[in-house]
Write a protein that binds this ligand. Structure first.
Ligand code: WQD
Length: 340
């Protein structure tokens, strides 16, 4: 049974990926610093798979802690690296926190991965590397544009660090998965998104409004050049996204990769406006959502949705769930954690 390290494995995407790795028969070791997650997620994972992952609370910003971990776990066959700060707005207010937490940790991880018997590395990247792409849907060859935030910049720089490291270390095999907008929760509703404080992202804000925790959703801008004036995004079910990580890892383990650094867009290929997301929620919850239009949010791009040809034909992965399926799972999760 191959052992896989998942950093940030108690986070939203990380925890769903741990479940899918266990379903595929991998032994999973989780590192998480619990700065944006909770150890209760471990119970949630175990309740789904009946296999408790090994968990170590480690601050990956401490180089010696990373070194010590790999001394004790030198039999790791692959690493999926989620651990990072990810709030766009917070990154603008506190850039050094983001450069330290997202890049120092990546460097320390890569140094250790290079010394493993099998140096397979999956990097959590983002569609934010494209900025406002010139054409839709966005392909992996779209130019990387100046990041709109320090968070987005850490994803761009992170990919560059990996590219340069792969160039001079042929034993390192890496894939960067560029996520679009992950939403939803595991169908069991035993794990899901746990935003701390006021949700920055659209879907948790919608479900919290639907649950009565928030009075009213503000729709940031209704005058964009889109079908209904609101921004377009590619909302992908988090379980579909998690499965893409397992498939990408297996690609490296089985040496199916075409080069030792590859990128794939991970989205549905379908763009949905904010109003369409609201409609999907109203349909699955059979309720009317309280929302109002508000000024545009700084840093928002008008439209971003994926060209998934490479993911579908080269990686061999395709999203299965629709926007409604994802909203259904998000609402079921919200109802469960609020005991509704
Ligand atoms: C979506 C749309 C908002 C909240 C996020 C992450 C980014 C990346 C992709 C991982 C936008 C609108 C939102 C609200 C609203 N993920 N909105 N009212 O900004 O596309 O990017 O996913 O790398 O890191 O930040 O997602 O959910 O914040 O916004 O109208 O209360 O919903 O303007 O058009 P975004 P989001």
């Amino acid at each position: 049974m191959k052992k896989i390290l998942v950093t940030g494995g108690l986070g939203f995407i990380g925890s769903h990926t741990v479940v899918e790795l266990q379903n595929e028969g991998f032994e999973v070791v989780i590192i998480d610093d619990l700065s944006n997650s909770s150890e209760t997620v471990l119970e949630g994972i175990t309740s789904i798979t009946n296999k408790k992952p090994i968990f170590e609370k480690i601050d990956l910003k401490i180089k010696s802690s990373v070194e010590d971990f790999f001394k004790a776990h030198n039999d790791i066959s692959g690493v999926i690296h989620f651990a990072a700060s990810k709030a766009v707005g917070e990154s603008v207010e506190n850039p050094l926190l983001y450069y330290e937490n997202n890049l120092n940790t990546l460097i320390y991880m890569l140094k250790e991965v290079l010394d493993l018997q099998e140096s397979n590395f999956i990097f959590s990247s983002s569609c934010t590397v494209y900025g406002q792409a010139d054409t839709m849907p966005i392909t992996e060859s779209a130019p990387v544009k100046p990041a709109e935030s320090p968070y987005g910049n850490t994803k761009q720089i992170g990919e560059e660090i990996i590219v340069d490291t792969c160039k001079v270390n042929s034993n390192l095999n890496a894939i960067a998965l560029r996520y679009f907008n992950p939403i939803g929760a595991h169908p069991s509703a035993n794990i899901g998104e746990l935003p701390i404080g006021v949700p920055q992202n659209l879907v948790p804000y919608i479900t919290q409004t639907g649950a009565g925790l928030r009075d009213c959703l503000s729709v940031f801008g209704d005058d964009y050049p889109t079908s209904d004036g609101t921004c377009v995004r590619d909302y992908i079910h988090v379980v579909d996204l998690a499965k893409a990580h397992v498939i990408a890892l297996q690609r490296l383990l089985n040496r199916k990769n075409d080069s030792n650094f590859e990128t794939f867009n991970v989205g549905t290929g379908v763009g949905s406006t904010v109003l369409e997301v609201i409609n999907a929620f109203e349909k699955v919850s059979n309720s009317s959502l309280n929302y109002k239009f508000a000024p545009r949010r700084k840093g928002d791009v008008v439209s971003a949705y994926a060209n998934t040809t490479r993911a579908n034909t080269v990686l061999g992965w395709k999203a299965n769930s629709s926007l409604e399926d994802a909203m259904q799972s998000a609402w079921k999760w919200e109802q469960k954690i609020r005991n509704l």
